[in-house]
Structures are given as C-alpha cells and as structure tokens.
Design a protein around this ligand. Structure first.
Ligand code: CP
Length: 308
C-alpha cells in the first residue's frame, strides 16, 4: 500500500520519533552515498502558492539523493490557468513522477490529491490547515538543539490563528511529554479552540500571554511567525496587527543562554536582522534541516529507507 504524508494527525508519537531517527541517519550519511540512493526516481513539486524553502529544499533533497525534479512554482505556469481541474492535474502528473509534493491555498487539497493519486503525496502546506513536513523539521531542530522535545517550554508568537506551521506543530507537541506552550498573540489571532481543547488528557499545557518580553524570560524556545496577510478576509484587520511583535537583539540581553529563536520563515518585521548574529538565532539552521528531513521523508515514502 502506498504511503502519504498529509497531516501530523495521521502520525503517532512512535512514527514521529521514527522520522526524527531516520533524518539523523540521513544526516550522518556521506554525500557520495546519498547521491546513489534514488537514481531514476522523479519528484514532482506542484506549488499553487509561493514558496522558497519548502519547494527548494524538497528539490535539493531529491537532487542530493540522485533523483530528478519536475514541477511548477505557480499555477499560472500550468494548465490550471486554462481551467484544468486539480484532479486532472494530479492524474496527469502521476504518470510522470514517482512522488508528488503539493502546496495549495485550499485546506484539504493534499488529502484530495492522496485520494486521487496512486503514488505518494507529501503535503507541502494546505491553506491555513497543516504543514507537516515543516513540523517534522522543526521537531528535528528542537532535538538537535536540546537533545529532546519532552518538557520544553516553547513560546509560540504572532499569528496563531492562520499559521499552518503553528497548527501542525501544536498537534505534534501534544504527543510529547510535558511540553509547556505559551501562546503570545493579539486577541484577534488567538490559537483556534480545537487546538487548545486537544490538550485535554495530554501532559501538555497552554497559557496565553500578550507579552513577548515575558515569554523571553521563561522559555527554551521562542517560535516566531509572520502575520499571514494572504489569509485575512479583510486587509483592514491585517493592518491593525501586522507589526504587533518585533524581536530585537537588545531584547535578548539577559535571556537564558539556552534560549533559541526559531521561525519557519519567511520573516517580515517580526525578527530584526540584528538577532541573526546572536547565539539565540536558530532559524537558518532550522531551514537547513528542511533538506535532511525531506530526504528522510522521500526515502520512506519511496520505500527506500532500508537502503541506508
Ligand atoms: N517555511 C515555509 O513554508 O517557507 P516557504 O513558504 O518559503 O516554503
């Protein structure tokens, strides 16, 4: 039976840990060995929404495994612009590739692709719903920085309402032991209720705060997010909150040495460039881990994990 990766909700803790271990094995492999793993295999990247990291790290992952990549980076360059249905696009591309990574502005589209296609589908982000490959690379990054995920104190900052990276990450963190999440957002961008309710019966805790300074004092991780302009039905509402939080280097003076600042990127104004030079900046290493985790996922979905 083919495998897909559509939602973090489809993975239990055991499977998440297995992916983190697989990524560690991939990272330890010499480049020359990696380059011989997927000759003749093709990844299709179908991006109906803009992307830098997700698309290019998927493509880099596949190229470095010895495979090849086809695809499009905007639907205007595909026959979607002529009116072709999503379903026909997937049915066609599966004739050309061995695995598909799809990003789409509409929630549920990756699930639909998985139902249509006879080859593995990777959800590269569906609307404000989920971004599971980002979450797995985030967890991998946490484990590299801290040696564990259990028991971490993590502040989630910014757009908790529309950020799919936050939605996936929260679901995953609930599976670990005793993760304490501080939710820092304006009133209008609070985490959806279905996610806070999901903490019931787990060892995770949520507390709300509007103070970024407060979160900096008492966290292992500050996970910043961009305010997702493209998801706002009313841009007047976006203007009200667009610069609600901005982290600057001077705010990190006196922060615990262990504190790491993460961000799925792209960033706008929420992290000042002067943070990049501090010991706390972890977001470019986080982006680098995207290639490793996506290599692990491609190998698993193509049933090649036992080759390493
Ligand atoms: N983190 C992330 O999804 O970035 P891109 O939108 O550039 O892919």
């Amino acid at each position: 039976m083919k495998k897909d990766l559509i939602s973090i909700d489809d993975l239990g803790l055991e499977q998440i840990l297995d992916y983190l271990d697989l990524a560690a094995r991939v990272e330890a492999l010499p480049n020359a060995e990696k380059a011989g793993l997927l000759p003749g295999k093709i990844l299709a990247t179908l991006f109906f929404e803009p992307s830098t990291r997700t698309r290019l790290s998927f493509e880099s992952a596949m190229c470095r495994l010895g495979g090849r990549v086809i695809g499009f980076s905007e639907s205007a360059n595909s026959s979607t612009a002529k009116g072709e249905s999503f379903s026909d696009t997937i049915r066609t591309v599966e004739q050309y590739a061995d695995v598909i990574a799809v990003r789409h502005p509409k929630e549920g589209t990756a699930r639909l692709a998985a139902e249509i296609a006879g080859i593995p589908i990777l959800n590269a982000g569906d609307g404000a719903n989920q971004h599971p490959t980002q979450t797995l690379l985030d967890l991998y990054t946490l484990r590299k920085f801290f040696g564990k995920v259990d028991g971490l104190k993590i502040a989630l900052v910014g757009d908790l309402k529309y950020s799919r990276t936050i939605h996936s990450l929260c679901r995953a963190l609930l599976a670990f032991d005793g993760v304490a999440m501080t939710l820092v957002s304006p009133e209008s961008l609070r985490l959806p209720g279905y996610l806070t309710k999901a903490a019931a019966g787990t060892t995770a805790t949520f507390r709300e705060s509007e103070s970024l300074a407060d979160a900096l004092r008492d966290s292992d991780v500050v996970y910043m997010t961009r305010i997702q302009k493209e998801r706002f039905p009313d841009l007047v509402e976006y203007e009200k909150v667009k610069d609600c939080y901005r982290l600057e280097a001077k705010m990190l003076e006196g922060a615990p040495a262990r504190l790491k600042v993460l961000h799925p990127l792209p960033r706008l104004n929420e992290i000042s460039p002067d943070v990049d030079a501090t010991q706390h900046a972890g977001y470019f290493e986080q982006a680098r881990n995207g290639v490793i985790m996506r290599q692990a996922l491609i190998l698993d979905l193509l049933d090649k994990r036992n080759d390493i």
